[in-house]
Design a protein around this ligand. Structure first.
Ligand code: GAR
Length: 211
């Protein structure tokens, strides 16, 4: 049984999708904990309601990123994680933290990376006149919203899209690719080549196109 630790900052809908998929599909894994940097994160109630241990490490109580990340890692490591999943965890992480979890730390970002790292991705895609948008699951490296790409989902941008309508379309695909990617990592099905390109050992498709 592998231990999965999920980190959230808010709503936690990706966390919910992963919790449900792990149970429904009988992964060789358990959700060991859900940890938030915000005590008010809505997702904590869902986790507690499903009998999952929760913890809060509030970044506001620390003088530096290094001090916060050190305490966060101490709490995470208390759950003996095999895989650490950033699910809407809105903190920039230090290089030391990222290196500590190298190869077992995943993130989802609501754009087709390497396009639009950072915030306000949907509005930036609309403003740029993009015809497609999407989401990316990637291994985390010290560079923000960067790292070997595990899976992507592609959705159309409609002429009348708003930030809200586009983010909802992308989010529904996030809920498909993120559980899939976490499962692949748990199962040891991913390999990364020297150029940082990720492939699935059995050649499973790593992109979803939603027309
Ligand atoms: C998701 O859209 C996720 O891709 C994004 O935050 C949202 C969290 O929603 N993450 C980032 O922007 C990270 N750079 P959720 O809390 O309902 O899963």
């Amino acid at each position: 049984m592998k231990n999965i630790v999920l980190l959230i900052s808010g709503r936690g809908s990706n966390m919910e999708a992963i919790v449900h998929a792990c149970a429904r599909e009988g992964w060789p894994a358990r959700i060991a904990a859900v940890i938030s940097n915000k005590a008010t994160a809505a997702g904590l109630a869902f986790a507690a309601g499903h009998g999952i241990p929760t913890a809060v490490v509030d970044h506001k109580g620390f003088d530096s990123r290094e001090a916060f990340d050190a305490e966060l890692a101490r709490v995470i490591d208390g759950f003996a994680p095999d895989v650490v999943v950033l699910a809407g965890f809105m903190r920039i992480l230090t290089e030391g933290f990222v290196r500590h979890y190298e190869g077992r730390l995943l993130n989802i970002h609501p754009s087709l990376l390497p396009a639009f790292p950072g915030l306000h991705t949907h509005q930036r895609a609309i403003d740029a006149g993009c015809k497609v948008a999407g989401a990316t699951v990637h291994f985390v490296t010290p560079e923000l919203d960067h790292g070997p790409i595990v899976a992507q989902a592609v959705v159309p941008v409609q002429p009348d899209d708003t930030e809200e309508s586009l983010s909802a379309r992308v989010l529904s695909q996030e809920h498909l690719i993120y559980p899939q990617a976490v499962r692949w990592l748990v199962e040891g099905a991913l390999s990364v080549d020297p150029q940082g390109r990720v492939s699935h050992r059995q050649g499973q498709a790593q992109a979803v196109f939603k027309a």
